[in-house]
Design a protein around this ligand. Sequence first.
Ligand SMILES: [Fe+2]
Length: 339
Amino acid sequence: MNAQTRITHHAASPATLQRNSVHGYSAFRLGGFEFYRDEYFAHIRWESRDSRPMSHSLDVAIFLRALMRDVAWGFFYGWVNFDEVFGTLNHYTSVDLYAGTYNGAMKSAGIDRLETFPTEQIRTVFEQMLDDWTNEGFDPFAAPQETGLAYGPKRGNNRSAITRARELATRCVGLKGDLPLRADHTGSPVNRAFADVPQDEPLIHAEPGFEDQVHAFNLFAFLSRSQVTWNPSFTSVVKHSYMCPTTEEHILPIIHGNDRVEWFFQMCDEIDWSCADKNTGKPLARIIMKAGDMAAMPAYCRHQGFSPKRSMLLVWENGSPSLVYEIQKGESPEVPVEF
Ligand SMILES: [Fe+2]
């Protein structure tokens, strides 16, 4: 990013515009970006670098599913592309909001825009927009077959669904004092796709005095009870090594651009991935992952997964806060291994 084209905000400006009298949804502003929704679409307007009025539209269900992840994951690692045009880039204390900046054709045409906001400012506006635009009966975290429609005029809200706490273990789920295992009585019944997954737990024979340190649990059973899709939780944490298993169905609602290497282990069924250059969107690879397959997403790619039926995916993240800067300086590689 050319420094001359970066607009950096240090203080919040009013974010909410008027409420549309036809559909009932509020409009929002973040710097030079304006956001509107109608019955079917989210619309984004901005002024290009050369002062031309630009606009872009997304199916509102796609927009809200992406917005839900961006909010819930605290802008995640690297790029959260809502589609090939619009998204966010996390700098961990600030966030870039862009349109066209990482789309090769729009960038070269000069019709892109990028602005940098303090994380709290963009988080506040995104949370307000998610709340205002999510209708009663539509859960952006749920598989499309397991929730209602996002479309139509404004109709109530679904605050309980969009404010779910992310499940983040401190050491490991099921350990004393840590995240509990999922169960019927905690509101986590076995998903329809995993009715055949055994629910027995391993027997643990710890030496006396080590009962709180020796631990095991049935990860397949844990995942079979996930109520959401495309939402990695931390099940075990060792320093900056995060095991983030998740259940996937339909399409990953974002195109994730990596600022570090990310590992995938396909634990059952199948996910097909489209991988592209993270800066331009130029296609790089199509990866077909079947049960037992492993892959690593290099730090220079973006990727989106397609899961024809609910499947289990183990995502392994290196959460080191210094890693992204080591990669930028060339001190750490962009790939997991060099042969
Ligand atoms: Fe990813």
